[in-house]
Design a protein around this ligand. Structure first.
Ligand code: PMP
Length: 391
């Protein structure tokens, strides 16, 4: 029976880590895996998380089961940060804890399917797991080009996709710091998108996985907040794994906006049923630490300060890359306007291979780089390597 299963390809980024680790060159540069790095190349645990974990160890009274919705103290404490002054919109917004942002996307997709969404529109390229989750649920996905030639958002493609959508189709939108392109919508573009969502009666699924890594906690939530202020219904996936540095602890949430508070109760009961069938209940530890931080002013300040310095470093690297201008045929200037950790370079397979073998520069096969892998110490070498392979 089980011998009928086809071999699945290994995760390409994980394979890249092994190659990188085995490379003895001291000048090697890792731009592959999507985790934040300091200028020393480290991915440290936030001080605020360490402090909260210490408190958990001494104060947590029990580890008995919670429900499928997880730690609602955590879920509610996030609401003002994510949705701002609107809060829970009089009960129209409610949420549940999920294993990472991935769990949030999974619940959003599962609910969209259960509610009868016929088709999901999605800008491409996107985070590969988006397509994988929709495919796993046998949902139809229709792609449109996310990028315009000049490295900004392709609004023509998005407009056309939304204008041609049927009532009851859904669209998946990255809230900020688009993975893999770094190309975000401006506030004016979000305004236009939201008008189209309302006019065409399209269900938005907003994935906010990097709040605070672009322009700031408030700025990065502009699109999501505009969406929930304007549309009748929305599904939202949220990750704390980047902005709290919790990656492997798997901390995320799913939120729903219903037409009425009663509708939201019904939507969430379906969300809980899906969680129950998928993972029963989410892992507690990381979310409990985030909950402690968000419910304590001093911890919150410490966390926001740490997040500020992450964002500042990412911004510095982006400015330095943009200042380098052209590296061979690769124009780095748009990276100065793009947001978050990722950018896509227009390189072919051979060029990406040559960067790795000849120059020790490791990046995803798609040409995605993690700009946080660069420092003032290695940017010069990186630009020279680009010039050499894309000259
Ligand atoms: N959405 C996007 C756009 C992402 O890039 C990621 C993480 N790479 C996720 C969701 C999921 O994040 P998590 O690790 O919290 O599951």
């Amino acid at each position: 029976m089980l011998d009928r299963l086809d071999q699945q390809p290994p995760d390409a980024l994980l394979a890249l880590i092994k190659l990188y680790d085995a490379d003895p060159r001291p000048t090697k540069i890792d731009l592959g895996v999507g985790v934040y790095r300091t200028s020393d190349g480290a991915t440290p645990v936030f001080g605020a998380i360490k402090a909260a974990e210490q408190r958990l160890v001494s104060e947590q009274p029990s580890k008995a089961y919670l429900g499928p919705e997880g730690d609602m103290g955590f879920v509610k404490a996030l609401i003002p940060h994510v949705f701002g002054e609107a809060g829970d919109m009089g009960g129209r917004i409610d949420g549940m804890q999920t294993p990472g942002g991935t769990g949030g996307v999974r619940i959003a997709a599962g609910l969209a399917k259960k509610a009868g969404v016929a088709k999901v529109l999605m800008g491409t390229p996107s985070w590969p797991n988006h397509a994988q989750i929709f495919a796993d649920l046998a949902m139809t996905v229709e792609g449109f080009d996310h990028r315009a030639e000049d490295g900004s958002a392709n609004m023509d493609a998005l407009r056309t996709a939304l204008q041609n959508a049927g009532k009851g189709d859904a669209v998946l939108l990255h809230g900020c710091c688009h993975n893999p392109t770094g190309i975000d919508y401006t506030p004016a573009q979000w305004d236009e998108i939201v008008d189209l969502l309302v006019e065409r009666e399209i269900l938005p699924i907003v994935d906010l996985a990097y709040q605070g890594l672009g322009d700031g906690m408030e700025e990065d939530a502009y699109g999501l907040r505009k969406v929930v202020a304007s549309v009748p219904e929305a599904l939202i996936a949220y990750s704390c794994d980047k902005n709290f540095g919790l990656y492997r602890d798997r901390v995320g949430a799913f939120y729903a906006l219903g037409k009425t508070a009663d509708d939201t109760v019904r939507i969430m009961s379906n969300g809980c049923a899906l969680a129950r069938a998928n993972w029963s209940m989410p892992p507690d530890h990381g979310a409990a630490a985030v909950g402690l931080i968000l419910n304590d002013k001093a911890h919150t300040k410490q966390w926001l300060d740490e997040l500020d310095s992450m964002r500042a470093r990412i911004g510095e690297v982006r400015s330095q890359l943009a200042a380098a201008g052209k590296a061979g045929s690769v124009d780095l200037t748009p990276l100065g306007e793009q947001k978050g950790m990722f950018a896509m370079l227009p390189l072919d397979k051979d060029q990406i291979g040559a960067l790795r073998t000849d120059h020790g520069v490791y990046m995803a096969g798609s040409g995605r780089i993690n700009v946080a892998g660069l420092t003032s110490g290695n940017i010069g070498n990186f630009v020279k390597a680009l010039e050499a392979v894309a000259g």
